[in-house]
Design a protein around this ligand. Structure first.
Ligand SMILES: *Cc1c(COP(=O)(O)O)cnc(C)c1O
Length: 551
């Protein structure tokens, strides 16, 4: 046998067999199981796989492709080693960020396309998996208040991708033909100062320019201030600028602030009349986090069938009052890989009407390309050519797995746990909740040393420039608390939370550091909320003792 033939023969074993071969199938599954076993050996009471690891980038740079082939077992081992030091997002001692633990069906949903490689560029290469994208589009459209018969949805490369699509469509509405001729007129993107920085990325990449992102100030509850939106839009229009897109952030990344989409829509409609605009500025709801709360749109909070406790009902209703207006937007960003518990990447861009895709379709844009033609060729209007089937399959898996009551129960539980934490933080003299008017699973708070009046301190720090020194000292204090709490957590005693360097700026321009608890795991429970608090009190004592020792 030729030398290469021998190598080929061995490598064929590393592919799933094209013809049914159950012995080999069990080898495939077994390889995966062995990898899982190796990962399992890295688990402990700590919310970390293996121990904390130092990342050696210098060694990484010395990596070369080997001359000889490796066995599947050798490769697996190396891959597993790359998970060392990873946080286990689903661990009850994990309250880090808006990162979910994926469900088993969503993992299978991601895995099946990994084996058979459907390509969502067209239904010719993805068959029924392309239908999954339509199924998820219809179900989600119905959930958020769009008409499922008219809505159009595509999966793309993350929440940033959803904003990119929205801005691109909005730009074509405001400045028709700009995709062909290039951007010739000044255009702006209008969003809240709390909006995700992806708005700037998109402005940069589309040639709108980051300087043309108008950031409308937000109120203390992290909502865009509608009256300022109105005056800032009016100013832009008076200066002859086109509004490419207005972004309503429905669940801000740090604080879970929810913009008043209903007011934004009214303002937009009024401006169209007032300025007799020949286009309708596109409203995109960046609901990548908040969309999931749509399951409460038809939940009767009075009846409270699922028996959430009172504080939880109030928090859920406080969110529902904003989220139930999602249907007033022209398009939506939805991350199943955030509050939908799927693996990365599973982000959907959803439009009120599929007609909007004609604006960005390649070729003759007057042709009814889309669903009417019977064939499904999304690559005619998607930015990407190849798209993985994993996103829609994982999303479909969880929509089916959870059902509305399942997602209500999980979100209700996460919010309940966050409320328990807040109840304690509010009751204690040395802690102060910063986003107490935002009702999600995330709590931003500050811890203070003894002798600080936490009733007045946060407001003073925010508004009074003579408090600058105190603010900065307390910023440091919170960083020290964070470090101690983190050490505790890695020992498997406390809980991993996170720190945000600039939850917001003070009125005099300094950053306000905040501790952040983001409860996302269905395994969270009251005793782990207590563990956060105990860990904080312990850190406060340790700092107080250090101070005494150093005096
Ligand atoms: C996370 C986030 C994004 C970016 O989404 P990715 O899926 O991480 O690309 C955009 N907007 C908001 C409000 C977010 O929280």
């Amino acid at each position: 046998m030729a030398e290469y033939r021998q190598i080929l023969k061995e490598l064929r074993q590393a592919f799933p067999q094209p013809v049914s071969n159950q012995v080999h199938d069990s080898y495939v599954v077994f390889s995966f199981m062995r990898a899982l076993d190796q990962v399992d050996a890295m688990k402990s009471a700590s919310p970390l796989l293996g121990g904390p690891v130092e990342l050696d980038y210098a060694a990484a740079r010395r990596t070369r492709m080997p001359d000889d082939s490796s066995t599947l077992e050798e490769v697996n081992k190396q891959l597993v080693e790359h998970l060392a030091g990873m946080f286990i997002w689903g661990h009850p001692r994990s309250q880090i960020n808006v990162v979910p633990a994926p469900t088993i069906p969503s993992i299978v949903g991601g895995l099946l396309p990994s084996i058979y490689n459907p390509n969502l560029c067209s239904d010719e290469s993805s068959r029924h998996v392309a239908v999954a994208e339509i199924e998820v589009t219809a179900a989600t459209a119905d959930l958020v208040g769009y008409d499922p018969d008219r809505a159009g949805g595509i999966f793309t490369f993350g929440g940033t991708g959803t904003l990119l699509y929205a801005a691109k469509i909005g730009l074509e509405k405001a400045c028709p033909g700009s995709g062909k001729t290039g951007q010739r007129e000044p255009a702006v993107i209008v969003c809240s100062e709390r909006a995700h920085y992806a708005c700037r990325t998109v402005a940069n990449w589309l040639g709108i320019g980051e300087d043309n992102v108008i950031q409308v100030p937000a109120s203390a509850n992290n909502e865009l201030r509608p009256c300022l939106l109105e005056s800032m839009c009016r100013d832009a229009l008076k200066e002859g600028k086109k509004i490419a897109m207005i972004v309503a952030t429905m669940g801000t990344t740090d604080a879970f602030g929810l913009d008043d989409l209903e007011a934004i829509r009214t303002i937009r409609d009024d401006l169209v009349d007032e300025f007799s605009l020949d286009y309708v500025p596109h409203i995109h709801a960046d609901a990548v986090i908040g969309w999931a709360w749509s399951v409460f749109n038809d939940y009767d909070f009075e009846e409270n069938r699922l028996e959430f406790r009172n504080r939880t009902v109030r928090a859920l209703a406080g969110t529902a009052r904003r989220i139930r207006h999602l249907g007033l937007s022209d398009s939506l960003g939805i991350d199943f890989h955030k509050t939908g518990f799927t693996p990365y990447v599973s982000s959907m861009f959803l439009t009120q009407t599929e007609e909007d895709y004609k604006l960005i379709a390649r070729g003759d844009s007057t042709m009814p390309y889309l669903f009417q033609s019977g064939d499904y060729h999304p690559a005619k209007y998607t930015l990407e050519t190849t798209r993985s089937g994993s996103g829609p399959m994982a999303a479909l898996a969880n929509l089916l797995l959870f059902g509305k009551d399942g997602l209500r129960s999980i979100l209700g539980h996460l919010v309940s746990m966050a409320e328990v934490l807040r109840e304690h933080l509010e009751a204690h003299a040395s802690t102060s909740v910063l986003n107490n008017e935002n009702f999600g699973p995330v709590t931003l708070f500050r811890v203070y040393p003894d002798g600080v009046d936490t009733f007045s301190e946060p407001e003073r720090e925010q508004a009074d420039p003579t408090y600058r020194e105190r603010l900065l000292a307390h910023n440091d204090y919170n960083r020290r608390i964070y470090d101690l709490v983190h050490e505790d957590a890695l020992r498997g005693e406390g809980v991993v939370i996170s720190l945000t360097d600039c939850y917001r700026e003070t009125d005099y321009g300094e950053p306000v550091v905040a501790l952040k608890s983001y409860i996302m795991t269905p395994f969270s429970d009251e005793k782990y909320v207590d563990a956060v608090l105990e860990s904080i009190w312990k850190a406060r004592r340790a700092i107080a003792e250090q101070e005494i020792a150093s005096q």
